[in-house]
Design a protein around this ligand. Structure first.
Ligand code: BGC
Length: 818
């Protein structure tokens, strides 16, 4: 067994089961199923959940006199249920078995390379001992299929073995405790028909308000002669199979399930499709072979290795979960990437700005997936225009939380579990969500050179977002500056001023600086388009030269607040009180949800210089140092060489990383400045899910932004690869803890750039076959590498030796075999 590719849990631990279920989720970008025990129904320990990408439903609940309207990623009928017993004995149930001390051995293994979840256990029921091996896949080769294979060996008995397998439509969305006061009964099942035993067991349902048809069909087969009968119990179909089992002889039960919805293409009726598909599906071994091959193909496109087994294992786990959430099967589905994957119900499967952390990795490995995620946003441009118009503005206002149709999905109330109070939620004021969309569109273009994308979709989104920000900026004649008032930055601890009734803060520096950057990039994008498309787009958007002149004006005059020699998170931040961090840490230990602690005390984080997450710091994550300098100069602020360092120090000590995204940004920033501290922060970010560092949140779904972001950090920060303009820029910083790093990626139509890093050298090779040479910028040098060529340079302790300061020299690395 290769430790870099396996996640192993020894023994059963009820307290950890939710976490394991999330981390052992199997999926294929079309649907995913949590790694739940097939014999257990949802209770306080287990939560089987199956979710199809883009399958949302909206329900309204009355809470405390308010109507709460929530769109959820729907928990689908459960295809997993399967248990067994010896005739006359108890049915296998993991909790009972563990409780009674009858679970003799138990091991759970996730094979990340092949995408197989295996459970191996021995169970004693009375005097009878069962040895069980259970393997599960959600096919990466056929997005509609999943399979569960259970092999039971009666170790010391002979008799009738009875297996019960079901498809269960009696499910609701109840995976997150603090949402349980809200309705979750999204499915209306069709009464299942009693059917012929030879036919598959099928449950069909329709979601209540979105009216999506769902069909789950299961086929159960046994390796030896058996009898079988089916029963319909309400919205559940139960099949009972009986086998004459003999001591020492394995019995294999194979359950194959098909999942279809009415959103699927190329079908007439989803119920019929599920039934037909499962009937014709190959057996477990055939499915496994195709599935393993599909994964092998994906891994070939994700080459990234380091010489630290544990780090490598977690990086593999992160790529694995990313590709289970979005894959080539997602490309045609018109879906965004849910912040918590298809792994649980936290944030209701909504799509946030977290794409910012996810798209860079996808753009260099699976540009077609990144593009599809951007098209999800483009198709919701009309909705974003309506959001803007409803707020009294021009352009596009992308929602803070997005689901099916792109309307604002952010809840208006949220529960503080610590105080038990439902509180107003103003996070829809995070207007910066649209800046992330525009930023992603531009970075995607930079990384892929996909001008067609820019011309057809990207530029339009960027211009409409720019238009919104140019419009919400109000001009202050006395200072010749523009202000953006009443917004929230990324830091969710500050949704207003302690002494002001209306929510929102003024001139959030992250929003203003990124808006200035986006306004300029939107104009750059327009300028890049062929003239006829440029004219067409201007006409289509009724974008006049007066308006683009306004873009330019706002881009140079947005206000950035400062205090005490640092950038202020927003205007007035400098006047807030300092939090007594030591007191709170001593009293509460983990203070990452300081907002909940303070609210329960009758206080509010709005009074303090304390941030939930990176806010100003985000600028140093998103913008390269020269881009940051340029945008401040563009805004008319004098160059102040110590500003980034002072600002970074100031906020790193006042940010408590209440979001895993923030841990990642901290790691990113420190990696550029302090190798050891940066490495420790990287390990913290890396372990946020596998180590459940937020104590319970991973069970509700993985943190996909942090997962993808840590992998991206290795390639963009440690290997130092960035794409700017027409060049590939390299500025490696191998952390002292590593002595080898290898990255293989795609760039602008090249299928293979291999970059190897050791403390003493950097080697770049370009596979033969790409159309054009690539230009690498390395310090002051510019190197042209031809397809099939390579280039190498010495490093000192994993970094470029001190920059020579000479003007940029252009060399060529042609013809050397890679
Ligand atoms: C963070 C947001 C993030 C969301 C979804 C929240 O806790 O504050 O920045 O977008 O989680 O991951």
């Amino acid at each position: 067994m290769d430790d870099r590719w396996t996640l192993v849990y020894e023994g059963f631990d009820a307290a950890e089961e939710g976490l394991r279920e999330a981390l052992c989720t199997l999926g294929n970008g079309y649907f995913a199923t949590r790694g739940a025990a097939p014999e257990s129904a949802a209770d306080g320990v287990h939560y089987p959940g199956t979710y199809a990408a883009g399958c949302y439903d909206r329900l309204t609940t009355e809470i405390g006199g308010h109507r709460a309207d929530n769109a959820d990623l729907v928990n689908l009928p459960d295809w997993l249920p399967l248990t067994f017993r010896a005739a006359g004995g108890d049915r296998f149930d993991i909790d009972e078995a563990a409780h009674r001390g009858d679970l003799l051995e138990y091991r759970q293994e996730l094979d990340l390379h092949r995408g197989v979840l295996t459970r191996l256990f021995r169970w004693r029921d009375g005097g009878r001992t069962f040895r069980v091996a259970q393997r599960r896949i959600v096919s990466m080769a056929d997005p509609h299929l999943a399979a569960l294979e259970t092999t039971i060996v009666p170790e010391n008995w002979t008799g009738t073995l009875e297996v019960r397998s079901a498809v269960d439509g009696r499910v609701v969305n109840a995976g997150v405790a603090r949402y349980r006061g809200l309705r979750g009964d999204h499915l209306v099942c069709d009464p299942p028909h009693p059917h012929d035993e030879a036919d598959p067991d099928v449950v069909t349902a329709t979601t209540r308000s979105s009216r999506i048809g769902i069909a789950i069909a299961a086929r159960t087969r046994v390796s030896c002669p058996s009898t079988s009968s089916t029963r319909v119990e309400g919205d559940r179909v139960v099949r009972t199979v009986r086998v004459d089992a003999r001591e020492g002889v394995p019995v294999t039960i194979e359950k194959v399930a098909a999942v279809f919805t009415s959103r699927d293409r190329a079908l007439e009726d989803h119920g019929e499709a599920a039934r037909g598909h499962v009937t014709l599906a190959p057996g477990f071994d055939g499915l496994l072979e195709a599935h393993t091959q599909a994964w092998a193909r994906l891994w070939r496109r994700c080459r990234l290795s380091v010489d630290d087994t544990e780090v490598q294992r977690i990086l593999n786990l992160h790529v694995f979960h990313l590709l289970q959430t979005v894959s080539e099967h997602t490309v045609d589905l018109d879906v965004g990437v849910p912040a918590r994957g298809l792994h649980g119900e936290a944030y209701r499967g909504h799509v946030f700005w977290d794409e910012l952390f996810i798209l860079p990795f996808l753009s260099t490995r699976f540009p077609e997936i990144a593009r599809a995620l951007l098209l999800y946003r483009w198709r919701r441009l009309p909705a974003a225009r309506r959001n803007a118009a409803a707020a009294g503005h021009k352009g596009a206002l992308y929602p803070w939380q997005s689901a099916a149709d792109g309307r604002e999905e952010t809840q208006t109330l949220h529960l503080n579990p610590r105080s038990g109070r439902w509180l107003p939620d103003h996070s829809h004021l995070q207007r910066h969500a649209g800046l992330a969309v525009a930023h992603n569109a531009w970075r995607f273009y930079e990384s892929t050179g996909d001008l067609e994308f820019l011309a057809e979709y990207g530029a339009e989104m960027m211009l409409e977002v720019a238009r919104f920000f140019a419009d919400i900026a109000s001009y202050d004649r006395s200072r010749d500056r523009y202000d953006i008032r009443g917004v929230m930055g990324p830091d969710e601890y500050h949704d207003g001023y302690p002494d002001r009734d209306e929510p929102g803060v003024d001139n959030n520096a992250y929003t203003n600086i990124l808006a200035a950057w986006v306004l300029r990039r939107a104009l750059d994008a327009l300028a890049l388009l062929p003239e006829n498309r440029r004219t067409e787009l201007r006409e289509g958007l009724a974008l006049t030269h007066t308006e683009t002149a306004r873009f330019e004006d706002v881009a140079t005059k947005l206000r950035v607040p400062f205090h005490g020699g640092v950038i202020s998170q927003f205007e007035g931040y400098g006047n807030l009180g300092e939090l007594d961090w030591d007191r709170y840490r001593a009293r509460y230990g983990d203070i990452r949800r300081l907002d909940r602690i303070l609210e329960a005390e009758g206080d509010t984080p709005n009074r303090y210089k304390a941030s939930k997450q990176a806010d100003v710091l985000m600028l140093f994550y998103l913008l390269a140092p020269h881009e940051f300098d340029d945008v401040l100069l563009q805004l008319g602020y004098d160059r102040d060489p110590g500003l980034p360092e002072r600002t970074i120090d100031y906020y790193l000590t006042r940010t408590c990383d209440g979001s895993t995204l923030s841990m990642l940004v901290r790691a990113w920033i420190l990696a550029r400045t302090d190798g050891d501290l940066g490495w420790r922060a990287f390990l913290d970010a890396l372990r946020s899910d596998i180590g459940d560092s937020q104590h319970g949140t991973t069970a509700e779904g993985v943190h996909l932004g942090a997962m993808a972001g840590t992998v991206d950090l290795v390639q963009r920060c440690f290997a130092g690869i960035s794409t700017r303009g027409e060049t590939l820029q390299l500025s490696p910083r191998l952390p002292p803890a590593l002595t080898r790093l290898h990255v293989g990626l795609r760039y602008r139509g090249h299928w293979g750039i291999d970059l190897s890093l050791r403390p003493d050298r950097l080697h770049v090779a370009l596979r033969p076959g790409g159309a054009r040479p690539i230009t690498i910028v390395y310090g002051t040098e510019e190197i042209v590498v031809e397809p099939g060529g390579s280039w190498e340079t010495p490093l000192a302790e994993g970094r470029p030796p001190e920059a020579s300061g000479h003007p940029r020299a252009r060399t060529s690395a042609t013809g050397q075999p890679a």
